[in-house]
Design a protein around this ligand. Structure first.
Ligand code: ADE
Length: 231
C-alpha cells in the first residue's frame, strides 16, 4: 500500500512513522508513506495555501488549487470517477464520518493507494470535497487545530491491519472492537507486584478456562465503560 499525506506542515511528520510496527512495515515494504508539502503545489509567488472566506466570517479557508494539483499529480487525475481502482482520497475533518475499527479494516482490505488531506484553519474549499474526496473522516467529536494528528491516527490504524504488518497473525484478531468488545486485561511478570497478584486462572495452564475468563472480563469492562458497543 502507498499512503501520501498532504499537509502544510510536513515537519509535523518528521519521526512519527519511524517507530514500532509502522517502521517495520515501511522497512519491509508493506507500506510506503510519503509526506507531501501542499505549499510545493502552489504556483503564485507567495505560495499561498489559504485565503479569506467568500461571504465573510472569521478565519481562513484552504485553497482548492494546490490540493487539486497535488491529487492530480499523485493519482493521475482530479476527477474522482476516473481514479484507478483501490484509490481513496480521504479528507480529515471534524465534519467527517467517525473513524471505527471497521472503517480502518475496510481501507486496509480495499485500498492500495491512499491520499490523506490534512485540513487546517476554518476549513477547506468545498470543491475539494465535491470533486476529489472519496471519504471524509473524523477521529472523534472534538476539534483539533488541523487534520495532521488525525492523519497519524488513521495511518496507524490502517497499517497495523495490513497483511503481515504485525508479528503474530492473531494479534489483530484479538484487538479491542474487532468483536464489538473492548480487550481483556493483560499481565506479565512478576506474579506478585507491590501486593497485587496476577489472577490465578492465568497461571492455571487451562486454556479453555483462560479463554472464558478473558471473554468475561472483556464483557464486564465493555458494560462498565462502553455500554453503547453492546447494543
Ligand atoms: N481536524 C480537526 N479536528 C478533527 C477531527 N476531530 N478529526 C479529523 N480531523 C480533524
Amino acid at each position: 500500500m502507498r499512503i501520501d499525506v498532504l499537509t502544510i506542515f510536513p515537519e509535523f511528520f518528521k519521526e512519527v512513522f519511524d517507530f514500532g510496527i509502522i517502521r517495520r512495515a515501511r522497512a519491509v515494504k508493506i507500506v510506503e508513506i510519503n509526506i507531501c508539502d501542499i505549499r510545493s503545489f502552489t504556483t503564485d509567488k507567495h505560495q499561498k495555501t489559504d485565503d479569506k472566506p467568500f461571504g465573510g466570517g472569521d478565519g481562513m479557508v484552504m485553497k482548492a488549487e494546490p490540493i487539486f494539483r497535488a491529487v492530480e499529480q499523485l493519482v493521475g487525475t482530479w476527477k474522482r470517477e476516473n481514479y484507478p481502482n483501490g484509490t481513496r482520497v480521504i479528507l480529515l475533518s471534524p465534519q467527517g464520518k467517525p473513524l471505527k475499527q471497521a472503517i480502518a479494516k475496510e481501507f486496509a482490505d480495499e485500498a492500495n493507494h491512499i491520499v490523506l488531506i490534512c485540513g487546517r484553519y476554518e476549513g477547506v474549499d468545498e470543491r475539494v470535497n465535491d470533486a476529489l474526496v472519496t471519504d471524509e473522516i473524523s477521529i472523534g467529536d472534538y476539534v483539533l487545530s488541523g487534520g495532521e494528528p488525525a492523519a497519524i491516527v488513521l495511518t496507524d490504524a490502517i497499517v497495523r491491519l495490513l497483511p503481515n504488518a504485525l508479528g503474530s497473525e492473531t494479534s489483530a484478531v484479538n484487538d479491542s472492537f474487532t468483536e464489538s468488545l473492548l480487550d481483556c486485561p493483560h499481565y506479565t511478570n512478576p506474579r506478585e507486584f507491590r501486593g497485587m497478584e496476577v489472577p490465578e486462572v492465568l497461571l492455571s495452564g487451562n486454556h479453555a478456562l483462560i479463554e472464558r475468563w478473558r471473554k468475561a472480563k472483556a464483557l464486564e469492562k465493555t458494560e462498565r465503560v462502553r455500554k453503547d458497543l453492546l447494543k
